[in-house]
Design a protein around this ligand. Structure first.
Ligand code: SAH
Length: 447
């Protein structure tokens, strides 16, 4: 079990009694991005870039014929010249979509406490790496680092380092500014870390393009709204069997794209559709499967844990592919490169891809996870200490965005990969109760 003194420090941090408190970041905007549906807003800005990427895609389609939705999505999001994340990546109130860490610092603090709690539950290893996939503006890791700093006495003998996996040069610059004040060394020639720096609190930070470049070792992994940005394949059941949905040029309208069905089955239909499938339309994200396999292998070998938070389902939803621009739904085939494209994460697929190498927990709803992590107590402390009614209102408004089942509370989920021995004692004689509970996924560790 977690020693009493350490638990007290953790409890104090959970309530916000330790360290400096910051005010909420800003008013949460009207819309986060999870809801799906028809729509599409005409867009004016960014059309030059869209034209360039669209021209590139039209050339490619004319030369090779239709491409898979996965290939289209990869180009639209991460094309090195004109992809959405590589060049726009507008996250936050003034951008295209907002994420939980951008709404309130309380979110990242709960996650920081989750990692410390797991580190303590596994006997406080002498070193750990915190690896974030797709860190966006760097806000979440900044909030986590503040918690680590508040708990400096607990972590004083632990060698902590931060490893960020980010493909976007634009967003990695934003992250460097947020986390280090811009004091970084870039080395694009380096085949592993393309940038290095030290956080404002003195912790080394490294940037990579691929999870495979992160050095091995006991690591905690974090993927918040990362898996939904990875390319999906789409499949449609027809009278002749399963067909893959492809993207092609619309012959009726110049320079416009449309969806078509493959004339016969494709290697992807053969590989990704299960014989027992009951849905008529299915989305599969093989890249997510590969990354989960890598995380599961690393956790099995070197220890640690992974926390995945995203909107998604457990193998039940059908057509969730959608685009966002300026907080509004955007036609996925219009002006590629100017809008965020996303699809719900299939947690049942992630669980399957862990292939028993690790145990999995969840998915559980964001509101349950945050409640279990003590968000209500933290809100009370912030309200008691807040100086004015405007701050009170901001705190309550951002709490409502994160927790309200109709906003982000129900559609966002938390899912974890943990070594088997974390949940079941290797010596079978030990009762499961002898292991500390995993914070957030069940009874409160911090109560
Ligand atoms: N986690 C952040 C940002 C989510 S947006 C938040 O919650 O606010 C998705 C992030 O993943 C961006 O940083 C984007 O540049 C990055 N990303 C998208 N595809 C990626 C890939 N294939 N490899 C690494 N990073 C990727």
């Amino acid at each position: 079990m977690v020693p009493l003194l350490a638990r007290r420090a953790l409890l104090a941090a959970a309530l916000g009694l330790a360290g400096r408190r910051r005010l909420p970041r800003h008013h949460a905007p009207a819309a986060a991005r999870p809801s799906s549906g028809a729509g599409g807003e005409p867009e004016a800005e960014g059309s030059n870039r869209a034209t360039a990427l669209l021209r590139h895609l039209l050339l490619k389609l004319r030369a090779t014929g239709p491409v898979t939705v996965a290939e289209y999505m990869r180009e639209a999001l991460t094309n090195p010249g004109q992809g959405y994340y590589t060049h726009r990546g507008a996250i936050g109130e003034t951008g295209d979509f907002v994420t939980s860490p951008e709404i309130s610092q309380v979110f990242g603090e709960r996650i920081g406490i989750w990692y410390i709690s797991e580190w303590m539950a596994t006997g406080k290893p002498k070193a750990f790496q915190l690896v974030e996939l797709g860190p966006g503006r760097g806000t979440l890791i900044d909030d986590i680092l503040r918690v680590f700093n508040q708990l400096a006495s607990l972590l004083s003998k632990c060698d902590v380092s931060i490893h960020l996996v980010e493909v976007s040069p634009k967003l990695s610059e934003t992250q460097a500014l947020m986390l280090t004040g811009g004091k970084v060394q870039s080395n694009p020639e380096d085949t592993s870390a393309y940038m290095k720096g030290v956080s404002k609190t003195g912790i080394p930070i490294f940037w990579y393009r691929d999870i495979q470049d992160v050095p091995p070792g006991y690591s905690f992994y974090l993927a918040h709204e990362f898996f939904d940005a990875l390319p999906i394949h789409k499949f449609q059941r027809t009278e002749k069997g399963w067909r893959e949905v492809l993207v092609d040029i619309d012959p009726e309208v110049p320079d416009q794209l449309r969806f078509v069905l493959s004339p016969s089955s494709t290697p992807a239909t053969e590989n990704f559709i299960q014989p027992e499938e009951t849905r008529d339309h299915v989305e599969v994200c093989p890249e997510a499967g590969v990354i989960i396999q890598r995380l599961a292998c690393r956790i099995e070998k070197d220890g640690g844990a992974a926390l995945v938070a995203d909107y998604g389902h457990d193998g039940t939803k059908t057509d969730t592919f959608r685009g966002f621009q300026n907080h509004k739904l955007h036609d996925v085939l219009r002006a590629p490169g100017t809008a965020d494209l996303t699809a719900d994460v299939d947690f049942s697929y992630l669980r399957k891809m862990a292939q028993g190498r690790t145990a999995t927990l969840g998915p559980i709803k964001q509101q349950e996870f945050l409640k279990n992590m003590g968000i209500d107590l933290r809100l009370q402390v912030l309200l008691q200490n807040s100086p004015d009614t405007a701050t009170h209102e901001q705190l309550l408004h951002s709490y409502d965005m994160l927790m309200n089942p109709k906003k982000m509370g129900d559609c966002f989920n938390f899912f974890a990969l943990l070594p088997h021995h974390r949940l079941v004692h290797p010596d079978k004689k030990h009762k499961p109760e002898s292991l500390p509970p995993v914070a957030g996924f069940g009874e409160l560790l911090l109560k």
